[in-house]
Design a protein around this ligand. Structure first.
Ligand SMILES: *Cc1c(COP(=O)(O)O)cnc(C)c1O
Length: 364
């Protein structure tokens, strides 16, 4: 019997592995694996979501007009250039499908977010990894990978899982050197956490360039990961393209309602940011004091190097037994590293104490 076969290349895709949310036999787990906010969603967003349930039998606004207006207000940008998606993942996938195809290439940085190569391969596009310098995207390396077939460059800024970022000046210089017809996508999933003055998520660069797109998400500081809500800020021609290919009701009604409430709740994100400002340095310093190499992070997580794959694996498994879930970075070519999200005060302390015990038994 000849069974249906997927398009060439599809079976080369290694499915994305998300962070675990449970450990067998452990009732209360500490979740530090997926860079979610430990403070939960805005109460206003939760209420808006509940209220929206009353209208579940009605189709939602396929153009997400209210949500785009709220995002525009919040981030001082033009709603006409905003396209919303079921998570920024959906937007990333749409951008790849729209701007590249079989035989063409997408460049990302070696330790960049793993969704880019997954979606590229799924679309028949060749993902090309550019080396990094000090675990930071290196724009000269990216430029050296450009060929006639290059259609897109993806940069998460700050990057996941490294937490490093490149400055606005570097981005502007990079855009000038990158061929005009190559679309530069800046993934700002952690933009709201960055307080450095030399940083930009790139919103204003989108207004000055026809070939830059910024993607943003409500999954991180806004605390709406399960709702699947993201958005892109686009040059008008790119917004037009995305609006042609996206599915008509890609952002569901309750997600739109919760998203609007979340955008308007400045106190909620202020609290999340203040929490991160306090605990990111604490976590980084405490882990460094245990002798681990900590990559300076501009986001809400730290990448910690344990020096060898074995130690990282032992600590990862030991933490799991204690009900603490972190992320082992083997699939990011960083097998000696764990990525650890900033949690609540007690959880951060429990984590550091557990690692301290595990490292001392591993070395002793
Ligand atoms: C978490 C994350 C996202 C968010 O994806 P959603 O689909 O919006 O949940 C996007 N990019 C990076 C680099 C991330 O770490």
């Amino acid at each position: 019997m000849r069974l249906p076969k997927p398009r060439a290349g599809i079976l080369d895709v290694a499915p994305y592995v998300g962070g675990r949310h449970s450990v067998e036999g452990v009732e209360r787990v500490i979740l530090l694996a997926s860079n979610e906010t430990p403070l939960g969603a805005s109460q206003n967003a939760i209420e808006a979501y509940r209220n929206a349930a009353e209208n579940m039998h009605r189709y939602c606004d396929g153009h997400a007009v209210g949500l785009r207006k709220s995002i525009g207000n919040r981030f001082c940008c033009d709603p006409a250039r905003i396209v919303c998606g079921a998570g920024s993942d959906e937007i990333i996938q749409m951008l790849i499908r729209a701007y590249a195809g079989p035989g063409e290439e997408l460049i990302f940085s070696k330790h960049g977010f793993s969704i880019y190569p997954i979606f590229a391969i799924g679309a028949g596009v060749k993902p090309v990894a550019a080396d990094e310098t000090n675990l930071t995207a290196d724009t000269e390396e990216i430029l050296s990978k450009v060929t006639d077939r290059t259609r897109l460059v993806f940069l998460a800024n700050p990057n996941n899982p490294t937490g490093t970022y490149i400055t606005k000046d570097t981005l502007v210089d990079f855009r000038e050197k990158l061929r005009e017809d190559i679309l530069l996508v800046l993934d700002g999933a952690y933009a709201e956490y960055v307080t450095r003055t030399d940083y930009t998520s790139g919103i204003e660069l989108v207004e000055q360039n026809e070939n830059i797109v910024v993607t943003r998400t409500c999954s991180k500081i806004f605390g709406l990961a399960a709702l699947r809500l993201g958005w892109a800020y686009c040059p008008p021609a790119v917004a037009d393209v995305l609006n042609r290919i996206r599915s008509p009701f890609n952002v569901n009604g309750p997600a739109q309602a919760a998203g609007i409430a979340a955008m308007e709740d400045l106190d909620h994100t202020d609290r999340s940011l203040a929490h991160n400002e306090e605990w990111l340095p604490w976590l980084s310093n405490s882990l460094a004091e245990l002798g681990l190499k900590i990559i300076p992070s501009a986001a809400n997580f730290v990448l910690a190097s344990f020096g060898s794959k074995n130690v990282a694996e032992t600590v990862y498994q030991g933490l799991l037994k204690n009900g603490i879930i972190t992320r082992h970075m083997t699939s990011y070519h960083l097998p000696e590293c764990l990525r650890i999200s900033v949690g609540l005060e007690d959880d951060n302390k429990t984590l550091v104490n557990s690692i301290k015990d595990l490292v001392s038994t591993t070395n002793g």
